[in-house]
Design a protein around this ligand. Sequence first.
Ligand code: ATP
Ligand code: MG
Length: 407
Amino acid sequence: MIPQKNDHFGPTNPFRPGMGLDPPYLADRAAQLDRFDKYLTGFPTFPRNVRLTGLRGVGKTVLLQHYAAAAEARGWVVVRRECSEHLQTESTFALALVEDCRSAVEHSSRNLAFRQRSSVAVRRALDLLGGLTVTLEGVTLAVKPPTFATGQPAMLEDRLFQALELACEGAAAGHHPGVLFCYDEAQVLSDTPRRRQFPLGIFLASVARAQRLGLAVMLVVCGLPTLTDNLARAKSYSERMFQAELLDALRPPEDVLAFTRPIQAAGRSVDTGVVESVRRDTGGYPFHIQFFGALLWEACSPSATITNSDFERHRPTILRALDGAFFDARLARTSGLERRVLGAVAAGGEVASLQSVREGVNLPNRRMQPLIAELETKGLLYRPERGRLAFTVPLFGDYLRRNRGAA
Ligand SMILES: Nc1ncnc2c1ncn2[C@@H]1O[C@H](COP(=O)(O)OP(=O)(O)OP(=O)(O)O)[C@@H](O)[C@H]1O
Ligand SMILES: [Mg+2]
């Protein structure tokens, strides 16, 4: 391998700790990408969608980007969106989806312009989607539903289906095989029956209908594990609608390669003891590996080998920096009582039974429940299964135990 020389301190730091930053070596994703490729080629006769879930920093956004790139390489039109809480009402969600459909059509027509300057289908789609946006803007759809040409009041689901249909028509006119919707942070999407808002259910119903009718539209939703529950509540058939991809720590030997490959590719080497220590400290979690890698790389520059004694010397500083970068801010958003709950979960590792947490906190159930609910809302805890609680942030328990005195 050729080292990248850019200055006299040595090659550029190859690690990429951050959000959605493509790592220097994409570890342990060959199987997911292979499956995704098969899903793409199955359209439109065998439509499949993907539900991509995992804890914070396990590499969901990165994989989503690779999905998008794979689809684009096959000529698909790709729409990307990072979901936010304001999409929890039907009208804002509908606006967002229509906007996404419009951008898909525009993308199709841009490509098309190379070959034939106009296309009836694309122009019709753009006109209609423009009309939909105007109709939806600022209007509570449940109160004032727009009407179709038949004079019948249109359900929101019909309108969203129509938007998807137009996006697919536009794509087909531009000779694209289909339209892929990549929705990141999708755990924030949910229905709230008490406010009579069902954006997620309506969305799933319109996608399912489009796929039943043979339209090449594919959906990838990506987010924290709570996404699965939200989807199931919105539509009981969601289990059958999505292929589940569950990301966790990288599996051996890829957890080690994620750390060693970038170092070697840049022309440096690392002692085996360091490799094992990093594997232990990071638990094989992608963000943690990038973080350790980047800081070790810099701390040990410009020496050619990262040695065991380098590691021992720098480890405390790196752990403190990791706490500051990944954990401290999350803990700062909690109250004293909430921290007791978190401490009780951490007592047993990264997952605990509700029973043991109750005993650990020693509060009556009626006081415990709201605390747990608040920690779930803050995105710190979730229920991996009935009667159990876990952290949404990998190694959060480890962090709490390390800083027990300070918390
Ligand atoms: N397969 C991988 N191999 C090595 N490093 C990876 C891999 N996937 C992601 N990373 C690294 O992990 C970090 C987190 O990635 P990403 O932002 O995709 O995680 P995420 O699951 O989307 O996190 P969040 O839940 O906070 O949105 C980034 O620094 C990225 O470079
Ligand atoms: Mg992400």
